[in-house]
Design a protein around this ligand. Structure first.
Ligand code: NAD
Length: 441
């Protein structure tokens, strides 16, 4: 059965969540275009979530983003809705986008779906239970795409009796915008599903990087170890500088010296420390490597979990935020947050030493066509003089390179380029961790 046939009845489970709502938007948008161009076809998009109230919010989200999408796509839509003014075109598109959507809390809504996306909490037992139910409800030809960020797919498919019919179709947040799909095809995956997944990704305008079915895959396999390295650095530096000072230093260096969009601790807060802990636990359970972290456990226990509010503001984690801007850093000794805009932070920043090129930042290099040459020259400059920040940056680059190489050695990624592409497309890094910036000559 081809993708066209499957696309006539699609379900998203966990549709009102962060990832589910993005996946729902993406599918609703594509379904609307498809339905407008194929007037004879009938299309259904079932959006299922246990939170009824959140499903109402989801419809508002689809309406709002549908309007924005229509405005962006006006030239294409004017051709499809000839004779209508621009405002009417937008309304007609949003109507089309919502027309195919059914929302509900019962899994049985998915019973005629031939393609099911699942984006529920990252919990093996929960996901297994859902797939078991779906195995009974849906036709035998139905294919399932899980958004799990860490649970091996073969574990889910074996436990629920859908061997051969499940892939990891790992969107990055926000799913409707981010380019990357990490595609995990477990060994039992049928060749038809593999091909269909590639076609589906292309059809949704995404770029696929394949990953093997090993807990954490490439993205979290990398991120978890990146976070653990940063925490180990804080613990190493804390006796000399103090805990919150060390945390601030490591975060600053990982953002401003490594030229990344966010410092590592801000990124971990954004992901959510509880989510981070959960993924470490999954990886711990399935890999023979100790990926447990006491510090994360302590933060989660005391309720400093990070994450984001519905309006996109970051919540207290390692840092406290005003919207998305860190304004204070956690200070476990005082059991409070210490403001950043204070003499201690200026003094400790001095100790980092001068930035090798203060004109360079992630933001201004991001769109710079010369950026590869500039990055190479910038990192070569690290060899010229040692400052605290440069030393920390080099240690961080080396640790990330070791992690990335290990992902290749362990067969999580097929090659170095795949790891680099996940970091560049999924984490918006300017460069991959496997590079020769620090090599001699
Ligand atoms: N948040 C991210 O940045 C991110 C990125 C990539 C992948 N993921 C993965 O995507 C999945 C979802 O993550 P999220 O951050 O969107 O979580 P979330 O908590 O925002 O959403 C999960 C949704 O699942 C719903 N749900 C729970 N049990 C259900 C059930 N039995 N039936 C139907 N709906 C149910 C919840 O009500 C909630 O709306 C996880 O597997 C996660 O690992 C998350």
């Amino acid at each position: 059965m081809d993708l066209n046939a499957r696309f006539r009845n699609v379900s998203v489970i966990g549709a009102a969540g962060k990832m589910g709502s993005g996946i729902a938007l993406l599918l609703a948008r594509e379904m609307a275009f498809r339905a407008i161009e194929d007037q004879a076809g009938s299309y259904v998009l079932n959006l299922i979530d246990v939170k009824e109230v959140a499903l109402e919010g989801l419809l508002g989200y689809l309406q709002e983003h549908g309007e924005r999408e229509a405005e962006k796509q006006l030239p294409r839509l004017r051709q499809l809705f000839r004779g209508l003014g621009d405002d009417e075109v937008v309304q007609a598109f949003v109507h089309e986008l919502l027309r195919h959507v059914r929302t509900g809390t019962a899994l049985s809504l998915a019973r005629e779906s031939l393609l099911v996306f699942e984006a529920c909490f990252e919990n093996e037992a929960l996901k297994t239970g859902i797939y078991r139910d779906l195995a009974h409800l849906c036709p035998r030809e139905t294919y399932f795409c899980s958004n799990t960020s860490s649970i091996p797919l073969h574990v889910l498919s074996e436990a629920s009796g859908i061997q051969g019919r499940l892939v990891g179709f790992h969107f990055y947040n926000p799913a409707a915008v981010q380019q990357l799909i990490e595609l995990i095809t477990p060994q039992d995956c049928s060749s038809e599903l593999k091909e269909l997944s590639l076609e589906l990704a292309k059809f949704l305008g995404k770029t696929v990087v394949p990953a093997n079915d090993i807990a954490g895959f490439i993205g979290n396999g990398y991120l978890m170890r990146d976070g653990l390295h940063a925490i180990a650095e804080v613990e190493r530096l804390a006796p000399e500088f103090g805990f919150h000072q060390a945390l601030y230093l490591v975060d600053r260096v990982s953002r401003d010296w490594l030229l990344r969009p966010l410092g590592i601790f801000q990124l971990m807060d954004f992901v959510g420390l509880d989510v981070f802990q959960l993924i470490l636990n999954v990886m711990n359970q399935h890999l023979s490597e100790d990926l447990h972290c006491d510090l994360i456990d302590r933060f989660v226990r005391k309720g400093s979990k990070g994450g984001v509010t519905l309006s996109g503001a970051q919540k207290d984690g390692f840092f406290r935020y005003e919207k998305t801007h860190p304004v204070a850093v956690c200070n476990p000794e005082a059991d409070d947050y210490t403001p950043l805009d204070q003499p201690w932070a200026w003094a400790i920043t001095e100790r980092l030493g001068e930035h090798p090129d203060p004109t360079l930042s992630w933001k201004n290099l991001n769109r710079d066509p010369q950026r590869q040459a500039k990055l190479a020259a910038y990192f070569q400059g690290f060899k010229q003089g040692s400052t605290l920040a440069v030393d920390l940056a080099i240690r961080h680059l080396q640790a990330d390179r070791r992690t990335a190489l290990k992902l290749v050695e362990q067969g999580v990624a097929a090659c170095a380029e795949d790891v680099n592409r996940v970091l560049q497309l999924g984490f918006l890094h300017l460069y991959g961790p496997i590079n020769d910036y620090l090599s001699e000559g």
